[in-house]
Design a protein around this ligand. Sequence first.
Ligand code: XMP
Length: 514
Amino acid sequence: RLLIIDFGSQVTQLIARRLRELNVYCEIHPFNAVDAEFLDRFAPRAAILSGGPDSVTRPGSPRAPDRLFEMGIPVLGICYGQQVMTLQLGGTVEGGHHAEFGRAFVTPAQGHAGDAIFAGLFDQGREEVWMSHGDRVTALPPGFEVVGTSPGAPYAMIGDAARRLYAVQFHPEVHHTPHGRRLLENFTRLAGFTGDWTMGAYRAEAVERIRAHVGDGRVICGLSGGVDSAVAAVLIHEAIGDRLTCVFVDHGLLRQGEAEEVVTMFRDAYNIPLIHADEAERFLSALDGVTDPEEKRKTIGRLFIDVFDMHAKSVGQVEFLGQGTLYPDVIESVSVTGGPSVTIKSHHNVGGLPEKMGLKLVEPLRELFKDEVRALGRELGLPERFIGRHPFPGPGLAIRCPGGITPEKLEILRRADAIYLDQIRRHGLYDEIWQAFVVLLPVRSVGVMGDGRSYDYVCALRAVTSVDGMTADYYPFSHDFLSETAGRIIGEVRGINRVTYDITSKPPGTIEWE
Ligand code: XMP
């Protein structure tokens, strides 16, 4: 296994992610938890030192244990990690006068183009890399040579091939370094990793970690109907069996058939103890007369916590709360914006459950990205249809029903939404689209149906493409698709007599209407 020593960079997890993509098993440990004794116990086959926000020139700034460089294992230092390595092995680092951020190009130093660390690189003579640093190396430690340079960083890449110690000023783990992954691959290959680690192995290790963490305690887990909480729950169940209880709060704002699907899957297919809290009435009466989008979100969020808490108490003695928090959620909650930022929407999901419950957290997906969670879900045997599902917001259909919410409107919305999704699946478009849904507008329009006059609701169809939900573009359906779908909705759903298509991108729109 490979050890990543974390010096606090925002992108340390990306190093781990790239290594998992290369089928190399790694663990991240914070620098202050890694000492000589830890190293001997862990016995890494190789190590990577991450970047970090500090400056090595500051007295008391973080270091790696000296033992690391005496173990005879390959080590790769990245950015701050390069500077730590340089300084600890006898080179010098200077600060202040040459900050460099953004794109740069690295070329191999004289005579080094054929080094193992560069296998498959420099087809174009140089490699694009991403720099982000204030300090830089100014003198090499004994035994080191420059192996790659850039105009702004003469020591962009240094190495001691005999000891297999390498260090780079740039960030090979980020997307802006297009062939960074190849560099990391070369490093792991020269460290002897063959790339035979799999998601199956990850599953086994995660199960072991949960067992060690929970001991003989009990866990409660909130299910939302989404992929993340489902994968977390199945994994925890595999680890501790029926000492896990799941609570599925059904707020009556789910899509057609969704609640039944979740309950059947968990109870019947996985045999996981499940409380199906049918709280539709409570939520709908709390939402009665509420039309303001933020007020809706807050009402749902508050009630959700109360209701969850109530059902959790009914389970008896529980010490842990299981959550499907993903790595991007972790970054967002720790990142400091440094200034007042405007709240566009108050997001609600089961990831934000109460600390007030006094439970310890079990978050087995904390280091994974969405697509990795999907891969783990497949590994755990969750149905493909479930794993590939579009995201669905915590407040559910409430925010797809602008204005007041009534059971009647929700039913109309559910029917239209089911037809729309059926159309999308039939045309084989589901996987090309990030999210697709119907919004029922608080507007009625006049129409003529058969020989009669109609006066019914208008709905908007929404479908967007996106990679992360932060920006989005509307999906360019064909006119045929749109007319066929509108025809079906108006023909099959009583209460809707007009269909529109939303062609707003994000920004300036948001994906949801509220
Ligand atoms: P917006 O509408 O802000 O949505 O462009 C971006 C993504 O977030 C989803 N969304 C939510 N997800 N709780 C969630 O778990 C929420 O309160 C929430 N509001 C929006 C939305 O569906 C889209 O994928």
